[in-house]
Design a protein around this ligand. Structure first.
Ligand SMILES: O=C(O)c1ccccc1N[C@@H]1O[C@H](COP(=O)(O)O)[C@@H](O)[C@H]1O
Length: 215
C-alpha cells in the first residue's frame, strides 16, 4: 500500500485528542459543530484546541446546513484551515461559502448506490475537496458519523476524480487497509471507528487506524 495516505480524524473534543492525532501522523483534525452530534464542541473549546494544534495539521470545521450568521460566528471565533459542509448544501451554496470565507471547502457526498456518484462530478465544479461518505439511514439524527460503510466496489476503478477526495463512512483500524485497496483512496476520514463510546476518542484506536493506512 502507498505510504502517503492522508488521514483525517473527525470529532475531536479534548487537547489529548489533538495531540494524539498529530503525533500519530494524521493530516487533518476535524471539529464538529452540530448540536445533535455527541461530538459537538463549542466555539470556545474548538478555539482552544485549534490554537494548540501544531503547524501543518489542517483544522477542519464540520457544519451541517449552516447559514451565514453561524459561519460568520464560527470563522470569527476559531482559527480554521478548511470548512467541511456535511448537509444538503447546494453547489451554489458551496460556491457562496467558498467566496465569503476564503477557506477551502470540502463537500460531503452521501453514497448508497451508483446513481449517487453523479453528485461527485456536479460538486467537483465548486468544491476544493470531496468527502465520499455513506448516505445516512432514513430518519437518522446525524447526516454522518453513523459508523456505516457503503459498498466500496462502487468506487473501484474510479480512483481519479477532478478534485481531491476522501473516503469516509464506517472506517475502522480493521477495515481501512481493505477500503483503501478497493477504492484507491489516497485520503481517509474516520470518526466513530476510533471511539470507545460515542464522542469519546480512543488514543490506541487512533494510532492503530493511522498505522493500518501505511501497511
Ligand atoms: O461525526 C459526527 O458526529 C458527524 C455529525 C454530522 C455530520 C457528519 C459527522 N461526521 C462525519 O461523518 C464521517 C463518517 O463518520 P464515521 O467514521 O462513519 O463515524 C466522519 O468522518 C465525519 O466527517
Amino acid at each position: 500500500m502507498a505510504a502517503d495516505i492522508r488521514v483525517k480524524v473527525c470529532g475531536l473534543s479534548t487537547p489529548q485528542d489533538v495531540d494524539c492525532v498529530a503525533r500519530a501522523g494524521a493530516a487533518y483534525a476535524g471539529f464538529v459543530f452540530f448540536e445533535k452530534s455527541p461530538r459537538n464542541v463549542s466555539y470556545e473549546t474548538a478555539a482552544t484546541l485549534a490554537a494548540a494544534a501544531p503547524v501543518g495539521l489542517c483544522k477542519v470545521a464540520l457544519t451541517v446546513n449552516a447559514g451565514d450568521a453561524e459561519l460568520d460566528a464560527l470563522t470569527e471565533a476559531v482559527p480554521l484551515d478548511m470548512l467541511q459542509l456535511h448537509g444538503k448544501e447546494t453547489p451554489q451554496r458551496v460556491a457562496e461559502v467558498k467566496a465569503r470565507y476564503g477557506l477551502p471547502v470540502m463537500k460531503a457526498i452521501g453514497v448508497a448506490d451508483a446513481a449517487d456518484l453523479a453528485q461527485i462530478d456536479i460538486y467537483s465544479d465548486v468544491a476544493d475537496q470531496l468527502l465520499i461518505d455513506a448516505k445516512p439511514p432514513k430518519g437518522a439524527d446525524l447526516p454522518g458519523g453513523n459508523g456505516l460503510a457503503f459498498d466500496w466496489r462502487l468506487l473501484a476503478g474510479r480512483k481519479y476524480w477532478r478534485k481531491p477526495w476522501m473516503l469516509a463512512g464506517g472506517l475502522t483500524p480493521d477495515n481501512v487497509a481493505e477500503a483503501i485497496r478497493m477504492t484507491g483512496a489516497r485520503q481517509v476520514d474516520v470518526s466513530s471507528g476510533v471511539e470507545s463510546a460515542p464522542g469519546v476518542k480512543d488514543a490506541d484506536l487512533i494510532r492503530a487506524f493511522v498505522e493500518h493506512t501505511t501497511g
